[in-house]
Design a protein around this ligand. Structure first.
Ligand code: NAP
Length: 363
């Protein structure tokens, strides 16, 4: 069976990556691509690398142009999706790569984004741990994606940090109010529109911090994700009584795509490296797309480029009693378009890995 697909925001970076992956997916047929200022252009004018889709022309992004497809992927600026999806049929699978449907708390939406809040959808990190209460083993978000018709693909930085820390948090091995994450981030994470700080002359040969001091919009998403793994019924997971706080500092670096997150958390007294590794193996040992590297090995962004992987390296800094997790992913693949397609595969009952690869493009 082939599913008809429309991609909105197809002229942007996330839209372009969706198209690159969808073009190689055996179950999806891209019929419609839409844009905003580029509407009316041939797709090949804005994405000359997408040779197999050069016959397509960008239409206006409207509910009418997106209607009549089995699956609609949205890659629009935040705030632009809610009104459109409200008009799409309930049985159309809609996967939003924007932030509009990620946050479950309207106050977080108001504090970090603002504007109308359209509610949260099933969240697109299938491997993320979810507490099943005090008795059972943790589950995964994957279970909530099966059969879903509305999916919120994750934020790219949120994916890198959440996947890096969730096993330690869910297993109660770290203090959840002493978490720090510093990320090296490629500028494609900020999209294709023209911005002064993204000019080549500003970026080349320089590393530029931004959203310093806790203002990055992915902060509440990471906290929400890590809380999912906590068994709040026990109330003893942290010094903060089930609270989670994250100090996050992203740094723009001169590589087109990729995120390398170094996340550290204070270990609870007596926690050993063996316990840590056991928790990560239990969480990700059977996962194809989230892989924990052997002791002493740490990922490079190049190992994940073009791949739908998040690669994780673990260490313990015994002198300061901290867990150190280095995670790498491609912001445009596992950080958005790949996660969106992986989640759509699950929702439709297609084998989860279809159309996605674990092999990166290095050097
Ligand atoms: N880039 C990443 O690594 C990444 C990762 C995770 C999530 N995301 C999310 O994916 C979404 C798209 O990001 P992006 O990086 O692809 O941005 P982008 O490169 O700037 O692309 C934005 C797209 O939205 C269209 N657009 C702009 N204003 C619009 C409006 N008012 N109404 C409808 N369409 C409009 C643009 O069309 P024109 O070009 O024709 O004007 C373009 O197709 C964002 O919500 C972003 O947060 C991105």
């Amino acid at each position: 069976m082939s599913y008809s697909v429309a991609v909105a925001g197809a002229s942007g970076y996330a839209g372009g990556e969706l198209l690159r992956l969808l073009a190689a997916h055996p179950e999806f047929e891209v019929r419609t691509v839409t844009a905003h200022s580029n509407a009316g252009q041939k797709l090949s004018e804005v994405h000359p690398h997408l040779r197999s889709l050069r016959h397509l022309t960008l239409a206006e992004t409207t509910p009418a142009s997106l209607a009549g497809h089995d699956v609609v992927f949205l890659a629009l600026p935040h705030g632009a999706s809610g009104a459109i999806t409200a008009e799409l049929p309930a049985d159309t699978l809609v996967v939003d790569c924007g932030a509009d449907h990620r946050l479950t708390n309207p106050d977080d939406w108001a504090a970090y984004y603002g504007g109308q809040y359209y509610g949260a959808w099933a969240y697109g990190i299938p491997e993320l741990l979810v507490s099943t209460g005090s008795t059972g083993k943790p589950g995964k978000i994957r279970d909530a994606l099966a059969g879903a018709t509305r999916i919120a693909a994750p934020g790219c930085n949120a994916s890198a940090v959440s996947l890096a820390l969730a096993p330690a948090v869910a297993a109660g091995l770290v203090e959840t109010t002493d978490i720090v994450s510093v990320l090296a981030v490629g500028p494609s994470g900020a999209g294709k529109s023209l911005k002064l700080d993204l000019l080549g002359s500003e970026l080349m040969g320089s590393a530029n911090p931004y959203a310093v001091g806790g203002s990055h919009r992915h902060t509440p998403e990471i906290i929400q994700n890590l809380k999912l793994g906590l068994d709040t019924s026990q109330g003893d997971y942290s010094t903060g009584d089930g609270d989670v706080t994250v100090s996050m500092t992203p740094v723009l670096v001169p590589m087109a795509r990729g995120i390398l997150a170094t996340s550290t958390a204070k270990l609870k007294p007596g926690v050993t490296e063996e316990q840590i590794r056991k928790a990560y193996d239990a969480a990700y040992g059977t996962e194809a797309f989230v892989q924990v590297l052997p002791a002493g090995h740490f990922p490079r962004t190049a190992d994940t480029l073009g791949a739908n992987t998040c690669l994780i390296g673990l260490s313990i800094d015994a002198k300061v009693g901290r867990l150190v997790v280095v995670s790498a992913l491609d912001n445009l693949v596992k950080g958005t378009a790949g996660a969106a397609i992986q989640s759509a595969n699950i929702a439709l009952g297609i084998p989860e890995q279809t159309g996605l690869t674990v092999n990166g493009v290095a050097p």
